[in-house]
Design a binder for this molecule. Structure first.
Ligand code: DX5
Ligand code: ZN
Length: 214
């Protein structure tokens, strides 16, 4: 089994010490920094947006993995790309013109990701999967960090892996050292971890432990 890509989630960082936590991610074995944008409409919570992405990318030395939990994400793609996003994930549930939205992301020079809520079947990606770089499977209901991992996710990973050998499968929500090996075995490539990393006494060691799972 190849080692996973690890994307700590900034949502669980200390917002009063963001530069410190971004530098911790730079030093660590993390591959990307996950950046959760919430609008209070697509999800019942509000997090942060474009000015914070600009501030973070001034210090970050790794790709910024932007997860847009917002309605009408197509309106803000360029702003996030200009702010330094490397990957832009839009939600399947928020995009009536998903094919067009994916093309827009690619034209901006970013990797295109499609995120699925826990109740959205992976089979709905059948006719778009060839256009997509990353599928972000939500393993909790989007909107909050620190929630319990939904066990049905393993089955979704297996089904999606059977649909495509090449798409990157990223899992988001409730990741820890118990579920991570099972997710990798099912075919996942990228693990997002918020509270499991930033609530730890030694976040860098937790990142290393996830990265070096075999
Ligand atoms: C939830 C977010 C997640 C969150 C994960 O809506 O999309 O990225 O930060 O946090 P943990 O790992 O604490 O579940
Ligand atoms: Zn996320």
């Amino acid at each position: 089994m190849k080692s996973p890509l690890i994307a700590p989630s900034l949502l669980a960082a200390d917002f009063a010490n963001l530069q410190r936590d971004v530098e911790l991610v730079n030093r660590s074995q993390a591959d990307w920094l996950h950046f959760d944008v919430m609008d209070g409409r697509f999800v019942p919570n509000i997090s942060f947006g474009i000015p914070l992405a600009e501030a973070v990318t001034r210090h970050l030395t790794k790709p910024l993995d932007v997860h847009l939990m917002i309605v009408q994400p197509e309106k803000y793609l360029k702003a996030f790309a200009d702010a330094g996003a490397s990957h832009l994930h839009v939600h399947w549930e928020a995009c009536p013109n998903l094919h067009r939205t994916i093309q827009q992301i690619k034209e901006l020079g970013c990797k295109a990701g499609v995120a699925l809520n826990p109740h959205t079947p992976v089979s709905l990606l059948e006719d778009i999967l060839g256009e997509v770089d990353i599928v972000l499977l939500m393993s909790v209901n989007p909107g909050f960090g620190g929630q319990k991992f939904i066990e049905h996710t393993y089955e979704k990973v297996r089904k999606l892996r059977a649909m495509s050998d090449s798409v990157l499968i990223e899992i988001d929500g409730g990741i820890n050292l118990e579920n991570a090996p099972r997710l990798l075995e099912a075919g996942a490539d990228v693990l997002v971890a918020g509270n499991f990393v930033f609530s730890a006494a030694n976040p860098e060691a937790v990142i290393a432990a996830l990265k070096n799972l075999k």
